[in-house]
Ligand binder design. Structure first.
Ligand SMILES: NC(=O)c1ccc[n+]([C@@H]2O[C@H](COP(=O)([O-])OP(=O)(O)OC[C@H]3O[C@@H](n4cnc5c(N)ncnc54)[C@H](OP(=O)(O)O)[C@@H]3O)[C@@H](O)[C@H]2O)c1
Length: 395
């Protein structure tokens, strides 16, 4: 019988049968059968335990998800005292008297959506604004609107295309030439493109704009921020706009070269990957800043789902119907800007670095976004690319 089974069996089965056979001759067939029965009994008990653990995990997960959803819908305040309903104006009003005078902030993407509201509220709290924008006309309109409400607001505009390394470099040197301090950097600009497009540097446009442009901008301005913090004693703060969608990214699809030049483009995947990169950038940079005792923090935020330009670009019956149905779940632009403003100005976030915030509270991000080695790997790849393309481009 053994031979027959061995003849047709799987290698693992063959090995097991040989082991049973030799055990059988060693211990006697009956003793051996007894051991096998005991083993099967414990194994089945363990399986039952595993099934039970799995079911309880699913139930617990669903319960937590339901709790989070209810908390979001009700706008229940979290430990910070704010929640999904809090507006940027409310969260900054509460600590307006703690905001240091003469702060300077750079906000990217302040010509539309969340960036405009962030700029308006920071200007209202007395922060000097520097806006790098690709559309100067739109930026001038934003400046005019803000100054109507806050006539004293100081706002500077620079023509900048974040998807282009040379443009980011030009903006940074123009800004540094002004000799101004730099306390806050808000990496807010973003795109979500359904079609595959390439930047001037021949890099996929979403990755180039949302991640690489901001990485370079931060790198070119970080010494100014560290120096400002040392001279003024006021902690510098960097905020990377990310998204909850970062958690959709699977580890095996997060490949640097593929993100630069994808073989099969998918707009949602490209966007999610860039938003994951924004968190990993914040995590790794926070680690490096801590290691050198710099008084500058960097955090990532999910602003919530807000119907801004980034979503409006995705027209169609299905998208429109979904947004109509989900309109009660969406945040207003003012609610969407609250987490950024909270992290940028609140005394509660002083010293907090390398974290992920949502609804004005510290939140948890995906396991991949928390993976230190992944953050370091991404950093190394990005540094190498920037070194090649920006600092030592081929002649
Ligand atoms: N809205 C949401 O539901 C949501 C959810 C999660 C995360 N976010 C994140 O929040 C941030 C703000 O998005 P939003 O919803 O406010 O989008 P938005 O209304 O489309 O604004 C995007 C901003 O980025 C600017 N921008 C895009 N490409 C640029 C480039 N190459 N150079 C310079 N500026 C560029 C746009 O400039 P123009 O005015 O010239 O187009 C605009 O000011 C983004 O990082 C986004 O990923 C948004």
């Amino acid at each position: 019988m053994y031979l027959e089974l061995i003849g047709h069996g799987h290698p693992l089965k063959i090995k097991t049968l040989f082991t049973i056979k030799s055990l059988g001759s060693l211990l006697g067939t009956h003793t051996c059968l007894l051991y096998i029965c005991v083993f099967i009994y414990f194994w089945s008990q363990l399986s039952m335990l595993n099934v039970f653990l799995l079911v309880s995990k699913i139930v617990r997960g669903s319960f937590l998800l339901m709790k989070e959803t209810l908390r979001y819908l009700a706008g229940t305040a979290g430990p910070s005292g704010y929640g999904s309903n809090s507006t940027a104006e409310q969260v900054t009003q509460d600590f307006a008297c703690f905001v240091s005078p003469n702060l300077t902030a750079i906000i990217t993407g302040a010509t539309s959506g969340i960036g405009v509201e962030t700029a308006r509220v920071l200007a209202k709290r007395g922060v000097r604004l520097v806006i790098p924008a690709r559309d100067l006309k739109k930026a001038a309109e934003v400046k005019e609107t803000i100054q109507k409400e806050t006539p004293k607001a100081e706002i500077m505009i620079f023509e900048t295309d974040l998807s282009c390394f040379a443009s980011v470099k030009r903006f940074s040197s123009d800004f540094l030439a002004l000799g101004l301090p730099l306390n806050i950097l808000i990496n807010n600009a973003g795109i979500f493109s359904q079609n595959l497009e390439f930047s001037e540097d021949k890099i996929e446009m979403t990755f180039a704009t949302n991640y690489l442009g901001h990485f370079l901008l931060t790198e070119l301005l970080i010494e100014k921020m560290v120096e400002t913090a040392e001279v003024t004693g006021i902690q510098g703060r960097i905020i990377n706009l990310s998204s909850v969608i970062h958690s959709w990214v699977k580890r095996d699809s997060f490949c640097f070269n593929q993100m630069l030049n994808p073989k099969n483009y998918n707009g949602t995947r490209a966007y999610a990957q860039s938003k994951l990169a924004n968190i990993l950038h914040a995590k790794e940079m926070a680690r490096q800043l801590k290691a050198r005792n710099a008084r500058v923090t960097i955090n990532a935020v999910h602003p919530g789902i807000v119907k801004t330009g980034i979503i409006r670009a995705h027209k169609g019956l299905i998208t429109d119907s979904l947004f109509f149905i989900a309109s009660k779940l969406l945040k207003s632009t003012s609610q969407g800007a609250s987490t950024t403003c909270y992290v940028a100005l609140s005394p509660q976030t002083e010293g907090v670095s390398g974290k992920y915030f949502a609804d004005c509270n510290e939140s948890s991000c995906s396991a991949l976004a928390c993976d230190e080695s992944e953050a370091q790997k991404l950093w190394k790849h990005t540094r190498a690319l920037i070194n090649r393309r920006v600092y030592h481009p081929p002649a």
